[in-house]
Write a protein that binds this ligand. Structure first.
Ligand SMILES: [Zn+2]
Length: 218
């Protein structure tokens, strides 16, 4: 459950950067998604870096909230899982920006260099972290903890395990390709990314050679 949340949280966060890049005319060079790596989206050229960098945490927190709200409104039996996931994304993204701002880590560093003020990052964390903790509050019973513990629903547990396995496999087989593929932008570059099984170094060399020579000389 935690592993699935960690992987899915990174994927939704990077999806935000990808959407931000497309919306502002940037070109997504690669999305690094791997079970053993911290995810990253490289955008170049990146004409408007500020909205691109903010779109990761914003989509990364808003999209899970929307998914949980829909599931809760429909009274879906596994809605508590999406509630946990939405809380996880809120706490993780909030801590990433709020705490990261002190050391200018990752997105926080990009935001500060692109013109954001530190208080904007702290405000984001001050809103999202308590909201995430609120979503987690008194939810233990669904997971079989505490005095009012319920039997964990078998079907929900199986679906969570399946999602986790699928995420690990997809990321091992080429993290960037499936995210870009999932957002409906097929391209030759993605095809090569899959073909090389995530060996992005070789893929980059091939791609550069391809671009410099032109298709007829490859
Ligand atoms: Zn990011």
């Amino acid at each position: 459950m935690l592993l699935a949340s960690w992987l899915a949280m990174q994927a939704v966060h990077e999806l935000g950067h990808v959407l931000g890049a497309w919306a502002t005319g940037g070109h997504v060079e690669r999305v690094v998604l791997h079970p053993l790596a911290i995810s990253r989206t490289d955008v170049s050229p990146n004409p408007r870096p500020l909205p691109v960098v903010w779109s990761g945490p914003l989509v990364g927190t808003a999209l899970p909230l929307v998914l949980w709200s829909i599931a809760a409104a429909l009274h879906m039996p596994g809605a508590f899982v999406l509630r946990f996931f939405a809380g996880f994304c809120l706490v993780a993204n909030g801590a990433y920006l709020g705490i990261g701002s002190f050391w200018e880590i990752g997105d926080s560093g990009d935001m500060l260099r692109s013109g954001s003020a530190p208080w904007q990052l702290w405000l984001f964390g001050a809103i999202t972290i308590p909201l995430g903790l609120m979503l987690w509050h008194r939810q233990g019973r669904h997971f079989g903890f505490g005095p009012n513990a319920r039997q964990v629903d078998r079907r929900t547990a199986i679906i969570c395990c399946a999602v986790c396995i699928v995420l690990v496999l997809l990321e091992l087989l080429g993290g960037e390709s499936w995210l870009l593929g999932a957002t409906c932008v097929p391209s030759v570059e993605n095809y090569w990314g899959v073909g090389l099984h995530g060996n992005f170094a070789r893929y980059d060399v091939l791609l550069r050679r391809y671009r410099s020579l032109g298709p007829s000389q490859l």
